[in-house]
Design a protein around this ligand. Structure first.
Ligand SMILES: Cc1cc2nc3c(=O)[nH]c(=O)nc-3n(C[C@H](O)[C@H](O)[C@H](O)COP(=O)(O)O)c2cc1C
Length: 363
């Protein structure tokens, strides 16, 4: 087995695989189970100060299936943790006692109030967690209160709030980004300017997953009504990879924790190649179980041996060099080659559409 460990912001991860904040990290039992199964780190379910009310609904999940029944997407309207901070403080201590060598990340969210954020951080620091992830990205419920994605869409606020946290702790800070923004490098850079050591990207994408064709109500339906939720799982991977690549190229000082649609070692490796030094998984674990990390470690090790990489760090961002503009791709020399393959032939399409499409699909 290759050496899968990696040092990120001065912290050693036994492997780059981290449970993303959500149901697989919802309490100490689930987090300890994740560590026992071999995950290198866990971002715990987002916590907040106790006085912020968290009222969840049921049902709160939905699955997007292909006509043949394969699940490709997932939606949730779940809020942050509905458990009190006091309970979490005890559990953070117990988790670190049980697994001192694993990386425990506390994901936090608060309203736009310096005292609240700083009190939250001050109380959690004492438990021995290894780092913080600032949830600037929850897409439903909390943005109505000015929290989560509502902050993440405002780079000035991202910089200011990150600065409040950096004032009261020396632990590394990752800012978790919303994909619901035109240019993700703006909040990512703002977080770095405020004192973050990295960014986690992406959170879920605002979506309406399905409409019930009997009741005609969007799903998940609660008392006859619904609300757009957060889209995740395999189908979001291309969007997440693109956004991670933008941060990788545009904000090179940021350590990136890549998230979105990882179901196996293959996608995890793709995130590393696009600039992520750690990779998070949330929905994949909900649908496949914690054991999926075994294949991820094995697949990563095989990939490294095949390509002669001795450390994970050696190939973080390796494939960014192959990204360029379309203008550049269409450059005369490249275009000449493409024309020889028949790429430039809009006049020639006859309507044998499936065959003509297939001829232009990358092999
Ligand atoms: C049911 C559910 C609950 C989630 N809760 C949180 C949360 O509390 N805090 C957070 O930062 N992200 C939360 N997320 C987002 C995930 O951590 C992750 O960013 C997103 O789902 C994309 O990754 P995935 O495709 O591996 O799930 C949640 C996701 C799901 C599916």
């Amino acid at each position: 087995m290759a050496d899968l460990s990696i040092e990120v912001n001065g912290i050693r991860f036994p492997n780059p695989f981290v449970i993303g904040s959500g149901p697989p990290s919802t309490n100490s039992k689930t987090i300890i189970k994740a560590f026992n199964n071999g995950w290198g780190g866990v971002s715990a379910k987002t916590v907040s100060l106790t006085e912020t009310p968290v009222i969840n609904v049921a049902p709160r999940y939905g699955k997007l299936k292909t006509p043949s029944g394969e699940i490709i997407g997932f939606e949730n309207i779940e809020l942050i943790s509905d458990r009190t901070l006091e309970v979490w403080l005890d559990e953070f201590k117990a988790i670190k006692d049980a697994h001192p060598d694993k990386v425990l990340i506390s994901s936090i969210m608060e309203k736009y109030n310096k005292d609240s954020w700083q009190e939250l951080v001050g109380r959690i620091v004492e438990t021995g967690v290894d780092m913080f992830e600032l949830n600037f990205s929850c897409p439903h419920g909390h943005p109505e209160e000015g929290m989560g994605a509502a902050m993440g869409q405002n780079p000035d606020m991202v910089k200011e709030v990150t600065g409040w946290i950096a004032e009261v702790t020396d632990l590394p800070i990752w800012a978790k980004m919303t994909p619901d923004i035109l240019d993700i490098t703006e909040p990512a850079q703002a977080a770095m300017d405020g004192g973050a050591s990295g960014v986690a990207a992406i959170n879920t994408i605002p979506s309406i997953l399905n409409i019930d064709l009997e009741t005609l109500a969007p799903m998940p339906t609660v008392e006859g009504h619904s609300t757009p939720g957060g889209y995740s799982y395999y189908a979001v991977k291309p969007i997440a990879l693109r956004m991670v690549s933008q941060i990788g190229r545009g904000v090179p000082d940021a350590e990136i924790s890549g998230i979105g649609g990882v179901i196996s070692s293959r996608e995890a490796i793709e995130f590393i190649l696009m600039g992520s030094s750690t990779v998070q998984v949330c929905t994949g674990v909900m649908l496949q179980g914690y054991e999926m990390v075994e294949e991820m470690c094995e697949g990563l090790s095989n990939f490294m041996e095949k390509h002669g990489f001795k450390t994970v760090r050696e190939f973080v961002g390796h494939s960014l060099q192959y990204l360029t503009t379309h203008h550049d791709l269409a450059d005369k020399r490249l275009a000449k080659k493409a024309n020889a393959l028949g790429a430039n032939r809009d006049n020639n399409w006859t309507g044998d559409i499936k065959k003509e499409t297939d001829e232009l699909v990358s092999k």
